[in-house]
Write a protein that binds this ligand. Sequence first.
Ligand code: OGA
Ligand code: MN
Length: 278
Amino acid sequence: MLELIPITECIGTEVRGLDVAGYISDQDFERIYQAWIDRTILLIRGQEMTPAEQVKFTRRFGEVVTYTRSQFNADEFPEILVLSNLTRDGKPIGSAYSGRVWHSDGAYLSDPPAGSMLYAREVPPVGGDTWYGNMYAAYDALPDHVKDRIADLKVVISRVQSRPYNYPDRPPPTERERLEWVDVAHPIVKVHDVSGRKALYVGGNVPWRIEGMPEDESRPLITFLQEFATMPRFTYRHRWRAGDIVLWDNRSAMHMATPYDHVNHRRLMHRTTLAAVL
Ligand code: OGA
Ligand code: MN
């Protein structure tokens, strides 16, 4: 029997009694989908699924993104992005270092993905947890005068500027990337395209600009919002076990990876990504 259990008071639902690779009725799926929208993340433990089954399950939630340019797609499954410190024939099989600051995925794109699913295949005995924060709850908890102040503001997100924060291990952007990667502006108060609820959208721990605001005013405001948004009461830190699935709503959640001993321990995660709803 399907059971939906809150993870913390503020964020997340654990789904029990579900085999994601088996048959899921439309009625059960509707309850799962609604819990995802309402509570920003879903956790499903103890699952065994092949890459094909992961893609199929992800598709129930929406259109799946295929990374045409990534070197870290799973063999024969371009929809699956591999996050891992493992190597094969001396070459990395996945992205070994990503998401170590609070962020929402693809914030530097004009249409960021709607959500992502991580499936843990191998996990370190300690470390490598993932934090999630509920940005509906963070917005709701802001004092009214701050809500008024930010109501019509936009944050300008630069992919070039975020590179050293997101990927300190990678080389700086090339001249060509600098030209290709144009800045994008997003409303700081984002209206969710399914729920219609307002969520705080402040990117990661990067000192973003606010459109049309002088730097000395913009910096402290954005820093305050970022720190407020990630206060512990809005968050849940997921300690992975192999077989866990977490699906986050990228429109209403931020997340952050935590470090682990990548020399002595193995971590292998398969990620699928949901396209923006346009
Ligand atoms: C991601 C991400 C965090 C992690 O897949 O977008 O940020 O803990 N992952 O691997
Ligand atoms: Mn991420």
